[in-house]
Design a protein around this ligand. Sequence first.
Ligand code: SR1
Ligand code: MG
Length: 413
Amino acid sequence: MIKATTYHPLSIEDAIEVARSLEGFFTPDTELQCEEIGDGNLNLVFRIQAIHATEDLNKSIIIKQALPYAKVVGESWPLTIDRARIESEALLLQGKLVPHLVPQVYLFHADMAMTVMEDLSDHVIMRQGLIAGTQYPLFAEHISEFLAHTLFYTSDLGMNQQLKKRQVEQFINPELCKITEDLIFDDPFTNSSNNNIDTAILDEHAALCSDQALQFEVMLLRQKFLSQAQALLHGDLHTGSIFITPQSTKVIDPEFAYYGPMGFDIGAVIGNLLLNAAGQQFWIQDEMKREHYREYLLTTIRDIWNLFDVKFRSLWNQHGVDRLSKVAGYQDHYLLEVLRDTAGYSGCKMIRRIVGLAHVADIDTIADPATKERAQRIALSIGKALVTANRSITSIDEFIDVAYQAFKGVHVS
Ligand code: SR1
Ligand code: MG
């Protein structure tokens, strides 16, 4: 058993010691190897595996530890380590609702802000898989199930409304929400020193800063993010928070979890698929193959929404606990609002990944400057169109058409 201790960042040796002390996992005296594999913006991630021991040979674990600052910026940006508690509690809750879609948590240690969990190294980070042009035929089925179940069963539709208020309290996450509020809804539309903008698209940023109509829509989306405790969100559901194979999907990293609008999570997934579509300008040189892959991405987006819609309605009809939610027309109204929020948040998330602090590899690692610029302009065009249309969209087909027309408007092959 791991003892109580004062917080300190884990060394490789510490991580091995933690792994050894996990009861019933590795056999005593097994030789263990550890590497720090964290490539995200905030945390340390250690992978510990057994070597040279027949009975333990394929055994491995992950230890994730929150640092008391944002790794992407450094110690000048202090950050609560309570996010590790939020993450482990969200994983445990999601593990009850959709156990096959999240990693198993073996242990959470509050003092050390660390979670010991299942190693998913047989999966790849979805963002890398998409950059490589891989198709994941089961992804829409899996992620729509994750979204429908986690969002429905943590909302006033699917759980006791008094207990839900306690759960809102459990997942109050002010510091991580503040990151989102700044990086998504504020910085991209101002001259913030947090921003990271390529010189080639400074004109695009100037346009974002002066576009009052766009900023008005962003304000409405921000208002919902600040005040609508609709469901327990993952809070940062981009394609770097998904481990995947063609057969399996695992959602990781819910440290931004809090009670917010459902469309924020669905929009994160869809916005990141669209960012990849924008980046494919570089990754797939052959035009026919590129068009085919973009079609695959758009079909996946359509499937995600349609499957989510079917699953969410089915949960509502079969397991809804709110007697009043059966009022005629309410379900259609509710889901239309979620779709519209999804469009708006997809757009916000695309814009922030082009001009804000933290970018995405799908576009940022494009080696050719001209192609990168085109991809950035495509992403901004789609992002702005989705934000602009968020309150009028009536179907997923219209959503996709808005994105497609914005893409075509940038005049690229
Ligand atoms: C300072 S953290 C920057 C970004 O990384 C996380 O993955 C979130 O998306 C956050 O906005
Ligand atoms: Mg993360």
